[in-house]
Write a protein that binds this ligand. Structure first.
Ligand code: FAD
Length: 307
């Protein structure tokens, strides 16, 4: 069995692997891929100490750093269940079972997509999912935010301070965001809010987004909105479906509930990064959380006899 088994190869998993291996304990990392969401990212400007980097480059550096240590990396494998039984047992889709004295869950999350024509083609070319990450790329430009829930209205308020103008498109006939956020957004002169708006297509010039088409659901009329950027804010889905039948406690949004040490509801099982209740989903935060979880796992190991 492993001393620490990490599930997920994004920034949280990579950081956990390095921190665990540096304790000289038997460390494994299983994941569907190495890099996680960072593999899908182009420009990154908030990786502290690197004013600018790109996703694939950061992934290569993370992988190289993990490989400096004695970590057993198993990729192309998906975890499908976790059980407690002396050791923690992790079931894989391949039907193998791995055993470990402690486990760190770092399976991340994925942005809910619009699923309209043009969205995939213009991903990272005007279609964005993270205002903290990509907002400054649209300085002085017109953008749209799709989604009028808390994250959409927070994004609109955030972007209004950077870009020239923000149009919020909400599918329903009213916004779902908290009143205080709605009032703040309404007070800003460069935010327009359109309800009953169904986005139907992302359009561009072949290189970058130039706008989007939406249908007004009440009138049935179709409109073209000219924007340089489209921030899709219709939900971040934690990759925790596989834990639903386990004893790991999830929040009502499906996020793994953790305490300040990264501990979950199963002793010896820790979690880190975007799959958890951590409110801010960012690379440096996931790396910090992965490090915390590994130190907590080590702390658990030195206090718990080997079964
Ligand atoms: P993830 O990166 O999601 O990694 C999860 C890992 O778990 C993956 O390797 C996945 O394959 C694996 N996995 C999932 N389920 C299973 C399973 N059942 N079994 C085995 N393995 C599994 N943040 C910034 O700080 N700056 C940015 O500029 C930035 N830009 C972004 C741009 C885009 C387009 C996106 C999508 C995100 C961006 N983010 C950015 C957010 C950042 O990428 C995430 O916060 C960060 O990657 C979270 O790390 P994580 O390790 O928790 O999860």
């Amino acid at each position: 069995p492993y001393d620490v088994l990490i599930v997920g190869g994004g920034p949280a998993g990579a950081a956990a692997a390095i921190y665990a291996a540096r304790k000289g304990i038997r460390t494994g990392l299983i994941s569907e891929n190495f890099g996680g969401q960072v593999s899908d990212t182009m420009g990154i400007e908030n990786m502290i100490s690197m004013p600018y980097t790109e996703g694939p480059k950061l992934v290569a550096q993370m992988e190289q750093h993990v490989k400096e240590y004695d970590v057993e990396i198993i990729t192309d494998q998906r975890a499908v269940g976790i059980r407690e039984g002396g050791y923690v047992e992790l079931d894989l889709a391949s039907e193998a079972t791995l055993r470990s004295r402690s486990v760190i869950l770092a399976t991340g999350a994925r942005w809910r997509e619009l699923s309209v024509p043009g969205e995939q083609e213009y991903r990272n070319k005007g279609v964005a999912y993270c205002p903290h990450c990509d907002g400054p790329f649209y300085k002085g430009k017109r953008v749209a935010v799709i989604g009028g829930g808390n994250s959409g209205i927070e994004a609109a308020i955030d972007l209004a301070g950077i870009v020239e103008h923000v149009t919020v498109l909400e599918f329903a006939d009213s916004l779902k965001a908290d009143d205080v956020l709605q009032r703040k957004a309404e007070s800003l002169s460069n935010i327009d809010i359109i309800c009953n708006a169904q986005t139907t297509e992302v359009v561009g010039d072949g290189k970058r987004v130039t706008g989007l088409h939406y249908t007004h659901r009440a009138t049935g009329e179709s409109h073209l909105l000219e924007v340089a950027g489209i921030f899709v804010q219709i939900g971040l889905i934690p990759n925790s479906e596989w834990l639903r039948d386990s004893d790991i406690k999830l929040s009502r949004f499906g996020e793994i509930e953790i305490d300040e040490r990264g501990a979950t509801s199963i002793p010896g099982v820790f979690a880190a990064g975007d799959v958890t209740t951590e409110p801010y989903k960012q690379i440096v935060i996931a790396m910090g959380a992965g490090s915390t979880a590994a130190l907590s796992a080590f702390d658990h190991l030195i206090r718990t006899p080997d079964p």
